[in-house]
Design a binder for this molecule. Structure first.
Ligand code: NAP
Ligand code: FE
Length: 362
């Protein structure tokens, strides 16, 4: 099965190509973004030009921070209802777009903070548009939204078909302004999605062409973009790989690699993609026994050996170690074991496996 109901417009001038589809979505948009990237990337300016041309009203809610929190979703819901908006447009990285999805559901079903993970209450949704400015999460093609409760420091996602964007507008030029570190961390998130699509116990050979070519694009183009952030051709391939990663995880979620990353982000502020990357090698080795044949197919298709892939990964300039406490490890293990993504692991992951991987990070 393959399900991805979003209309996806990809490439140069995507906003112009996609704008005619906006008219059918509503009369007044709540634009959801962070403080700076929507403007800096050029996406907000292009969107406002399109909305004005189409005679669609808008209100800008630019209060979403990295790893969006439940309270800001409810704030956005209240603004949306007060302003009389009838659709939502998320611009930015995964954080504002995930928040936009949650605001749409919260407003349409009048949800409280405590009900944001209660998917049985998701009866209605306002149409949602995604305009990514990072190449990482693939949220423009998924039914997921990942939110954090700052009171409990718990970061967790929900998935619901009503959270798929109706329209996603991807212009790689919006990623040119990304700093080197965010470029690297987000690309590693996309790589995690592609690999986890291969590991997942819901994997399907139908997805393998997306997975293999996505991995190949990242291996080839990430080093080029890290040297020259202005290289639009390579930025385009990273955005395409990120989209493929989203399309892949939309069919079956992520695995332990993501579950283990969430507490590292919510407790220690490790950027999402980096948290996944820190355990990438360990996870591949852990799963190897169950997905040996799939990994052989991946490496044959991408003209690499596993050792060459690991050598490539080790060359990338990211932190592998983090000084986590015993107390954190004890607290994080049950949270990780209970996470939604663990149902997709290709092997029965034990408490000991998780503890060993966490301890290796120090
Ligand atoms: P992000 O948290 O949205 O953004 C990271 C930083 O990059 C922010 O400071 C942002 O600025 C800045 N930024 C974004 N685009 C920029 C640009 N073009 N130029 C300059 N700066 C830019 O990063 P992300 O990695 O894309 O999203 C991570 C979130 O998505 C996490 O919460 C993660 O759990 C979630 N996620 C969701 C899915 C899904 O399927 N829904 C999948 C994987 C991950 P501003 O604050 O100004 O925007
Ligand atoms: Fe992710």
């Amino acid at each position: 099965m393959f399900y991805c109901p979003a209309r996806i417009i990809f490439g140069d001038n995507a906003m112009q190509k996609g704008e005619s589809y906006l008219t059918a979505l509503g009369k007044k948009a709540l634009i959801v973004s962070g403080k700076t990237s929507a403007k800096l990337s050029g996406a907000l300016g292009d969107l406002i030009d399109s909305l004005k041309r189409l005679g669609i009203g808008y209100y800008l809610f630019d209060e979403i921070t990295e790893n969006p929190i439940l309270q800001d979703v409810i704030k956005g819901k209240n603004v949306m209802l007060k302003q009389g908006c009838d659709f939502v447009i998320g611009i930015g990285g995964g954080s504002p777009i995930d928040a936009a999805k949650a605001i749409s559901l919260a407003a349409a079903n009048n949800l409280t903070e405590d009900e944001l993970y209660q998917i049985d209450k998701f009866l209605f949704a306002f149409p949602t548009v995604a305009i990514p400015t990072t190449s990482g999460t693939g949220t423009e093609a998924t039914q997921y939204s990942v939110l954090t409760d700052p009171k409990t420091k718990k970061k967790a996602g929900f998935g619901h078909n009503k959270a798929f964007p109706q329209l996603s507008i991807l212009d790689p030029c919006y990623t040119i302004s990304l700093p080197k570190k965010v470029t690297l961390h987000t690309a590693l998130d996309a790589l995690s999605h592609l690999l986890e699509g291969l590991y997942s116990n819901q994997r399907s050979p139908m997805l393998f062409p997306l997975i293999f070519s996505g991995v190949e694009m990242i291996v080839k183009h990430l080093p080029i973009v890290l040297k020259d952030g202005q290289n639009l051709a390579s930025r385009t391939e990273l955005m395409r790989a990120s989209l493929y990663g989203g399309m892949v995880i939309a069919q079956g979620s992520t695995t332990l690699q993501h579950s283990i990353g969430y507490p590292l982000t919510s407790e220690y502020g490790v950027p999402h993609g980096l948290a996944n990357a820190m355990v990438m090698e360990e996870i591949m080795n852990l799963y190897q026994i169950a997905v040996k044949h799939e990994l052989e197919q991946l490496f044959a298709a991408t003209n690499m050996t596993k050792d060459q892939f690991f050598a490539w990964l080790r060359e990338l300039p990211f932190d592998r170690q983090i000084n986590i406490s015993d107390e954190f490890i004890e607290r994080a293990i049950p949270q990780i074991m209970a996470s939604r993504n663990m149902a997709l692991n290709p092997i029965a992951v034990t408490v000991e496996d998780v503890g060993r991987i966490l301890k290796k990070l120090r």
